[in-house]
Design a protein around this ligand. Structure first.
Ligand SMILES: NC(=O)c1ccc[n+]([C@@H]2O[C@H](COP(=O)([O-])OP(=O)(O)OC[C@H]3O[C@@H](n4cnc5c(N)ncnc54)[C@H](OP(=O)(O)O)[C@@H]3O)[C@@H](O)[C@H]2O)c1
Length: 276
């Protein structure tokens, strides 16, 4: 019988890559699955699903942007013998995908599919990642010296994606926290402007943070070629953040790992080394 593995979806992404690296470092048999991973898995191509799910004992689930296939895939994975699912969602998901909110349908669908899977599960709801500043959404703006966002003084306890991955690996390997939805934050809430100043100091280059009106931000996103629907979803996300839904620091990381989460300054120093 083939060895049963841990399957990591989204394995080239911000958290999945780190989950897979940690499993590799610990010598745990695992499979990396995405369109460009060693096991080709594509949410939009059902013929690739079985190959990703087969002989899997535990699954790290990163939701597809279009949430429609997630339930069918989870059911197939359970039929293939998956016993445990650790699903990635996002902090504040209880406010997403309600009437009038055009953000987070992917995370809500993933949560529902995982909760109804019939196997052991834990859901992770992290805050926005530190990595958005150094390798994700805001990287290009930081490289150009100015980040403009429709948010002002609201604080956010940004979390290091490595902490999210460490929590996921712990739960995939050793279980615990079954049937729970864990809110994961960094150790302290800072404003987006403070995060930019910290990145600016670590990178030793001037980077300005500029609070924008909703209209100006929309214009800038459209000028950058962001599709209208995606731009509106981002604006909705900032409106939710601005309403203060995710400002509280949580003890989620510490409760799973028994240590404090990494702070933003350490992340910024590490990101600066990677940039230089
Ligand atoms: N960024 C944040 O601050 C933040 C905070 C909280 C929650 N989240 C949530 O985290 C999730 C994203 O996770 P992440 O940041 O770890 O990943 P990510 O960096 O957004 O990367 C997405 C991953 O999904 C794979 N993928 C994309 N389209 C696919 C398809 N059609 N079929 C199969 N795989 C596909 C990509 O690999 P390939 O290109 O190789 O297919 C990649 O590995 C989202 O639900 C987001 O809302 C993000």
């Amino acid at each position: 019988m083939a060895e049963r593995v841990i399957t990591v979806l989204g394995a080239t992404g911000t958290t999945g890559r780190r989950v897979a690296e940690r499993l590799r470092a610990e010598g745990v048999p695992h499979r990396t699955a995405s369109r460009s991973s060693s096991t080709r898995f594509d949410w939009t191509d059902e013929s690739t699903w079985k190959g990703a799910a087969t002989d899997t004992r535990a699954l790290y689930l990163v939701a597809p942007e279009d949430p429609r296939p997630v339930r069918d895939f989870v059911q197939l994975a359970v039929a293939e013998g998956v016993e445990r699912i650790v699903g990635l969602s996002g902090r504040g998901a209880q406010h997403f995908a309600t009437p009038g909110v055009s953000f987070g349908a992917d995370m809500v669908a993933a949560e529902e599919a995982v909760r109804e899977s019939g196997v052991s599960w834990t859901l992770l709801r992290p805050n926005n990642f530190d990595q958005n500043f150094g390798e994700g959404l805001f990287r290009d703006a930081l490289a150009q010296g100015r980040l403009g966002l429709p948010i002002d003084s609201t604080h956010e306890p940004f979390i290091d994606a490595q902490d999210v991955a460490d929590v996921a690996v712990e739960l995939l390997l050793r279980g615990g926290f079954e049937g729970q939805t864990l809110e994961l934050s960094g150790p302290e809430a800072i404003s987006f402007g403070e995060a930019v100043s910290t990145m600016s100091a670590a990178l030793e280059r001037e980077i300005a943070f500029q609070p924008l009106s909703r209209g100006r931000y929309l214009e800038e996103l459209l000028d950058q070629g962001v599709p209208h629907e995606d731009a509106l979803a981002l604006i909705t996300m900032f409106e939710l953040l601005g309403a203060g839904i995710n400002t509280e620091v949580t003890d989620g990381v510490e409760s799973v790992l028994g240590r404090a989460p990494r702070d933003f300054e350490s992340y910024a120093r590490q990101a600066a080394m990677a940039w230089h």
